[in-house]
Ligand binder design. Structure first.
Ligand code: NAD
Ligand code: UDP
Length: 313
């Protein structure tokens, strides 16, 4: 197949690209580098099955030739990133989604929207099932992301219901692995960077808030299975192994023998969800998908990836 991926130079899309190329597909990657990195796709430069277009998907995209699949992965994704790029985040998840759905209709392509667990906000149902509608502050410090993703979901369903677009929707929970931006403030990469440099690990609040961490190879396998499934409503993708932030800090320190970092507590940012854990019953039933990489193994691989590059000389 010929597959278009927006956000191609980002963390998740670069791994998704590797998976799809290994399956023998042709990939067209699109990115404007607002949060992505050239390094993430440098290994694809001489791959004749890969084509890269530097473009902003909030502008209509002209793609010659057939397109069979569109994965809409473009969007700032870290709290630091989307607060820094508030309007761009809203645009890529509104005009950008709209443009790519129009392209999907024009090319008769299947479209997948990468939504997020943030659509559940600070959840009052735990773990989160797909039929929970969420608890989102519409004007809060995460609203440019949460509400825009909720709009993207509504837009995707509208195109499906009214225009017959062949759509898929995923809600991604916290994912980690190589190629994350070391400075985008997300918790796992921040703690690894700090630990490798013997700097204090910055735990916000008491660190009792929870997240559930999915290793990137598990996640992109689930994304691909969703695209090739026959299901149009949202599917949660994440690892249900829930853990406190403080525990993540301790585990990372244990995995880096000799690290001299301490743990320091900083104020809790506003609107930070207190708990987050996916109910993945739907993904198991519909896709036969379940994550297989245990956290200790995934964190170990990620530390190896960053060990040399992130140590300050
Ligand atoms: P990332 O920042 O590494 O990648 C996003 C990519 O999109 C970047 O390369 C960026 O330059 C690109 N981009 C942003 N706006 C664009 C635009 N207007 N036109 C073209 N390219 C644009 O983030 P990621 O972690 O890889 O996230 C990928 C997707 O998955 C995002 O949609 C995000 O909301 C979603 N998601 C990720 C996670 C996670 O844990 N990583 C969790 C939930 C949802
Ligand atoms: N966090 C932290 N220290 C950091 C970065 C994040 O304690 O240096 C916490 C943050 O408050 C949140 C959790 O870790 O509760 C996950 O944060 P992240 O930015 O990775 O993603 P989120 O799940 O909040 O979108």
């Amino acid at each position: 197949m010929r597959i278009l991926i927006s956000g191609a130079a980002g963390f998740l899309a670069s791994h998704l690209t590797d998976l799809l190329l290994a399956q023998g597909h042709e990939i067209v990657g699109v990115d404007n580098y607002i949060t992505g990195k050239r390094d993430n796709i440098a290994h694809l430069a001489s791959n004749k099955h890969y084509k890269f277009i530097e473009a902003d998907v909030i502008e209509p995209l002209k793609i010659d030739g057939p397109v069979d699949r569109i994965y809409h992965m473009a969007s700032p994704a870290s709290p630091v990133g989307y607060v820094k790029h508030q309007v761009a985040t809203m645009k890529v998840n509104s005009q950008g989604t709209w443009n790519l759905l129009e392209l999907a209709i024009a090319k008769n392509a299947r479209f997948l929207m990468a939504s997020t667990s943030e659509t559940y906000g600070d959840p009052s149902v735990h773990p989160q099932r797909e039929d929970y509608w969420g608890n989102v502050n519409p004007i809060g410090l995460r609203s440019m992301y949460d509400e825009a993703k909720r709009f993207s979901e509504a837009c995707t369903m509208a195109y499906h219901r009214e225009r017959g677009a062949d759509t898929r929707l995923i809600r991604i929970f916290n994912t980690y692995g190589p190629r994350m931006d070391p400075y985008d403030g997300r918790v796992v990469i921040s703690f690894i960077r700090q630990a490798l440099n013997n700097e204090p690990l910055t735990v916000f609040g008491e660190g009792m808030q929870t997240r559930s961490l999915c290793y990137v190879t598990d996640l992109v396998r689930g994304i691909n299975l969703t695209m090739e499934s026959d299901f149009h409503e949202p599917i949660n993708l994440g690892n249900p192994d829930e853990v406190t932030i403080l525990q993540i800090a301790k585990e990372i320190l244990e995995l880096i023998p000799g690290a001299k970092s301490t743990i320091t507590h900083l104020p809790m940012p506003p609107d930070d969800p207190r708990v987050r854990c996916p109910d993945i019953t739907r993904a198991k039933q519909i896709l036969g998908w379940t994550p297989v990489v245990p956290r200790k193994e995934g964190l170990g691989k990620m530390i190896e990836f960053y060990r040399e590059s992130l140590r300050k000389k």
